[in-house]
Design a protein around this ligand. Structure first.
Ligand code: RIB
Length: 308
């Protein structure tokens, strides 16, 4: 029985931290290296499990040692992996993550087997969906697989959440089937054409997504925080003050926090505040999966923020 089903990407991340991000054509020496399981889908599955949900993951990985490592990590975290298929021809996806001294990041990835997750792979995982409250998708896998996940979610009346990363165009008829869409600033720009940099532009992008049929939108407002819009109601989630070392995985922490609260039946506003605290905490630790917080830490940060 799973509360949250995640359909998305699983990678191995190779992360190097340096004094800043290299400019095009520049070589720089870094001071820290990390090799770890990653990928937006797997990160969000692990994030949701650490926050207390029963989670199943639907993904495609290679028949290679990197794939073994992805599976081992998910199992360690209590995520159900039997709906993950292995591709005999394509390798497990990889991501090269670069992190600068003030926590800024850039990522270049090669999809490998992620690009071969088909609608039929998702259909074969139908048993995972029967008890789902939230189905959480991203765009690191083909759109056909996302469509199938939405169809299965609707058939069991689960909520559909989309984290539209990495940035890619999404047709309006798909947006119209989303209960909660959660783009960061660059994804919001790709989806709406609006250059999101602050609260006002994030609101504009959220309104556009609602006009196109999404029921709720949580748009990251650059460095400021997040705007949550639903049914004429706006909630502002200011960025919580923490000592930031790496933004990799912050969006995944936000998405998993939101998904877990919504699966528990919490109101969107409360889910947004929880998600925002989870995202803030994830920026205090180097790496994506390594930084995803557990529930007590999130609750503690929320209570500190309320007192200050
Ligand atoms: O969101 C962070 C993730 O994006 C990394 O773990 C990396 O794998 C990329 O897909």
């Amino acid at each position: 029985m799973y509360d949250v089903v995640v359909v998305g990407k699983a990678n191995i991340d190779y992360l190097v931290r340096g004094p800043r991000l290299p400019a095009p054509g520049q070589s720089l020496s870094g001071d820290a290296f990390q090799e770890a399981a990653g990928g937006k889908g797997a990160n969000q599955a692990v994030g949701a499990a650490r926050l207390g949900a029963r989670v199943a993951m639907v993904a495609r990985i290679g028949q290679d040692p990197r794939g073994d490592a992805v599976l081992a990590k998910l199992r360690d975290e209590g995520v159900e992996t039997r709906f993950i298929t292995r591709d005999p021809e394509a390798p497990t996806g990889v991501a090269l993550c670069q992190v600068g001294a003030s926590g800024e990041k850039q990522i270049l990835s090669a999809s490998g087997a992620n690009a071969r997750l088909t609608a039929s792979c998702v259909r074969q995982a139908a048993a995972a969906f029967t008890s789902a409250k939230v189905v959480l998708c991203q765009l690191g896998v083909p759109l056909d697989a996302v469509w199938e996940a939405i169809r299965l979610a609707k058939s069991v009346r689960a909520m559909v959440m989309l984290d539209p990363g990495p940035p890619a165009p999404v047709p309006d008829d798909l947006i119209a089937r989303i209960d909660v869409i959660r783009p960061n600033a660059s994804e919001a720009r790709m989806l709406t054409g609006i250059a999101v940099s602050d609260r006002a532009s994030a609101r504009e992008a959220a309104l556009d997504l609602l006009r196109r049929g999404a029921k709720a939108a949580a748009v990251q407002a650059g460095e400021d925080g997040d705007v949550l819009l639903s049914g004429g109601r706006e909630v502002w989630l200011p960025r919580l003050e923490v000592k930031r070392v790496d933004a990799t995985g912050a969006g995944d922490a936000f998405a998993s926090g939101l998904a877990v609260c919504l699966a528990e039946g919490k109101p969107l506003e409360e889910a947004g505040r929880f998600a925002s605290a989870a995202a803030a905490l994830s920026t205090t630790v180097l790496g994506a999966q390594a930084s995803l917080p557990r529930r007590p830490a999130v609750l503690e940060l929320l209570s500190r923020a309320q007192k200050s």
